[in-house]
Ligand binder design. Sequence first.
Ligand code: HEC
Length: 276
Amino acid sequence: MQRGKGMKFVGDSRVPDKESRNKIPKDYSEYPGRTEAFWPNFLLKEWLVGAVFLIGFLCLVAAHPSPLEQQADPNNASYIPLPDWYFLFLYELLKYKYAAAQYVVIGTVIIPGLGFGALLLAPFLDVGPERKPSKRPITVGLMLLGVAATIWLTYESAAHVNWEERAKYSVANVPDVEIDEDSPGYQVYSQNCMSCHGDSLQGNPGMAPSLVGIPYKAEQIKDIAKNGIGTMPANQFQGSEEELNQLAEFIVSINEQASGSGEGGEGKSEDGGSSH
Ligand code: HEC
């Protein structure tokens, strides 16, 4: 039996079918080589490509979990939000003069609108019967231009991000510690150190480093609290000797907790947690 015999060719959806209206469609086998059975040939191919892509993607996701950042903190004014990688190209667009400030509508609505609108309307705009990319130069050219622009903008944006600095926001770099906010040490901490080092010792990017994962002993912390270190000014601590002890013990206990929890903090103690 001839391949496809008995099936009806119902037409290529992209070709306006003016002639054969009201006519009985020709048998599928009248178009050898020009078309193929939807089921199972075409569907099987589609499904195979889909499955390969899906499995590859799953492996990638399992190997590199999404780089989540910490919980949003409205008090942290130094935080610069950055969209995820797949939106970086739109973000980069807004850095160009004619897509920003008073022209921001161009960058936010008009250019993306044209791009996505063209994608939506492509089946209606590009109605030629040709399937070969080389015979559809305008459509293929525009598409390649769009892809190239997207890749270039993404690259430009990523190249100007200080990823080392951003790693500080990452949840992966924050050791899991539980802070007893009722402990006397935390009370002293909140009065003297919290404004710079954060309410859970997490630090403030651009302001002060995290105090979780630091290598210091209680004596050294007391010394730093009184005399400062590096760019941290002296005399940050105001209070009694007993409070100073409580403060140092509190910070040390948090750090013991952090180093006990495994990987956390190891990378940090090496570079001394310097803030820049
Ligand atoms: C005015 C902001 C400010 C306050 C308040 C402050 N610090 Fe700091 N602290 C800093 C800065 C900035 C650094 C980073 C210094 C450097 O590395 O040059 C720092 C560093 C540190 C370090 C060393 C961290 C490391 O990774 O090397 C310790 C320990 C520390 N501070 C403890 C304290 C304690 C305890 C208090 C409260 C008594 C406190 N700080 C209050 C700004 C502050």
